[in-house]
Design a binder for this molecule. Structure first.
Ligand SMILES: NC(=O)c1ccc[n+]([C@@H]2O[C@H](COP(=O)([O-])OP(=O)(O)OC[C@H]3O[C@@H](n4cnc5c(N)ncnc54)[C@H](O)[C@@H]3O)[C@@H](O)[C@H]2O)c1
Length: 324
C-alpha cells in the first residue's frame, strides 16, 4: 500500500483527491495547501494529517502529487525527491528545461518514480492511436474553447497546447526540424489563440490550433496516413477511421457534382476516467508492476518543443482588436 500525500488542493488537486478511493494500493495519508481554509476543510473531510507547509507532510508519505501552481513545481518537487518520495507533478513540470532535467536526474539517482500529469495520454481514444497510426504525414489538431478570466495569466502553450504537442510527438516519434508559431492577444496580455506548425525530419507536418477565445469547445485531432484518415474526438473519446477514399466529379447536364466515398470504421474505445488511469499508472510504476508509458527522454522532448513554441509566440505577439 502506497501512502500518498497531495500538495495543492485547488481545481486540479481536488480531482485527484476525489479519485484516491478508487485506486487499489493507494491510501491518502496527508494533505498540504497554502490556503488554511481549504486545507482544514479537506483534512476534516478526509480525516488525514495536514499542514500548510508541504515539508511537514513528507514523513507521513511514500509518494506525493503536486498540484500547486506551476511556478512552485520545481522547488516543491526537488525537496520531495530529495526526501526520497515518488512524485507525480501536474503538467507542465516546470517552465524551464534545465530545471526539469535536474528533477529527473535527482529521481534517477534516488531510484524514484517521477511522472508528469499529462492526463490526455490516458484518454481512451489516445490509447487506441498506438494500434492504428502508421507513418502519418499530416496531423491537424484543434483545442479551442471559451474565455475563462482566471486563466488570463497562463500561457496557452504550457496550459493547453502542451497536451497536443505531447501526443503528436509520441505518435510521430520523429525529430522536429522546424517550428512556426503565430498567435494574437484578444482579451488578455498573452496570446489567446495560436496556430503552430511543426515540421518533422521526414517532412511530415502537424498543424496545431489552440484558442481560449472560441465560443464552442472543440478538442479533436485528425491524422492523414497512406491507408487511412483518422479522426479523434478527445471529449467524447471517439475515433472514426476512413479508408479506401475515392472522390470524383460527376458532370451532369446542367450541374457539376462531387462525390466522395469511403469505408467508415467506428472504433470501439474503452472509456474510463483518464485521471484515474494516470494515478493508477503512477502507483503501478512505484510498485514495479509496469514500466512508465513515456520515457524520460520523451517527457523532456515534449517540454522542450512546448517551451520553444511558447518563446516564438511571445516574441512576436500582437493584439487583435475586437469591437465590443
Ligand atoms: N493536467 C491537466 O489537464 C491540468 C488541468 C488544470 C491544471 N493543471 C495544472 O495543475 C496545477 C494547479 O492548477 P489549478 O488550476 O488546480 O490551480 P489552483 O490555483 O486551482 O490550485 C492551486 C492550489 O495550490 C495551493 N498552493 C499554492 N502554493 C502552494 C504551496 N506552496 N504548497 C501547497 N499548496 C499551494 C493554492 O492554495 C491552491 O489551492 C498547475 O500546474 C496546472 O498547470 C493541469
Amino acid at each position: 500500500m502506497i501512502k500518498m500525500g497531495l500538495i495543492g488542493i485547488g481545481r486540479m488537486g481536488s480531482y485527484h483527491l476525489n479519485l484516491y478511493d478508487e485506486i487499489p494500493s493507494l491510501r491518502l495519508t496527508a494533505l498540504s495547501d497554502a490556503n488554511e481554509q481549504i486545507l482544514q476543510e479537506k483534512a476534516k473531510q478526509f480525516n488525514v494529517f495536514s499542514s500548510s507547509n508541504f515539508e511537514d507532510i513528507l514523513d507521513k508519505v511514500d509518494a506525493v502529487t503536486i498540484a500547486a501552481p506551476t511556478k512552485f513545481h520545481f522547488e516543491i518537487a526537488r525537496k520531495c525527491l530529495e526526501a526520497k518520495k515518488h512524485v507525480l507533478v501536474e503538467k507542465p513540470i516546470t517552465t524551464n528545461f534545465e530545471e526539469a532535467v535536474e528533477l529527473f536526474n535527482i529521481a534517477e539517482k534516488n531510484n524514484l518514480v517521477l511522472h508528469i500529469g499529462h492526463v490526455e495520454r490516458f484518454n481512451g481514444a489516445v490509447q487506441e492511436l498506438k494500434k492504428i497510426v502508421n507513418n502519418p504525414y499530416l496531423i491537424e489538431s484543434r483545442r479551442v474553447g471559451p474565455y475563462v478570466e482566471r486563466m488570463k495569466d497562463d500561457s496557452i502553450v504550457l496550459d493547453l497546447m502542451i497536451h497536443d504537442i505531447d501526443i503528436i510527438l509520441n505518435v510521430m516519434n520523429r525529430e522536429v526540424i522546424d517550428v512556426e508559431a503565430k498567435g494574437s492577444k484578444v482579451y488578455s496580455n498573452l496570446p489567446d489563440f495560436a496556430s503552430v506548425t511543426l515540421v518533422f525530419d521526414n517532412n511530415a507536418i502537424a498543424n496545431i490550433l489552440v484558442s481560449r477565445v472560441t465560443q464552442k469547445k472543440d478538442r479533436t485531432m485528425s491524422i492523414s496516413q497512406e491507408d487511412a484518415f483518422i479522426h479523434l474526438d478527445y471529449t467524447s473519446q471517439d475515433i472514426n477511421i476512413y479508408r479506401k477514399g475515392l472522390s470524383q466529379h460527376i458532370f451532369g447536364n446542367k450541374e457539376l457534382t462531387y462525390k466522395n466515398e469511403y469505408i467508415l470504421e467506428r472504433l470501439f474505445v474503452y472509456k474510463d476516467n483518464a485521471l484515474k488511469l494516470e494515478i493508477k499508472h503512477f502507483i503501478d510504476c512505484i510498485e514495479g508492476r509496469k514500466p512508465r508509458i513515456v520515457s524520460v527522454n520523451h517527457e523532456l522532448r515534449s517540454l522542450k518543443v512546448a517551451l520553444e513554441v511558447d518563446r516564438i509566440l511571445k516574441s512576436k505577439v500582437g493584439r487583435c482588436e475586437v469591437i465590443s
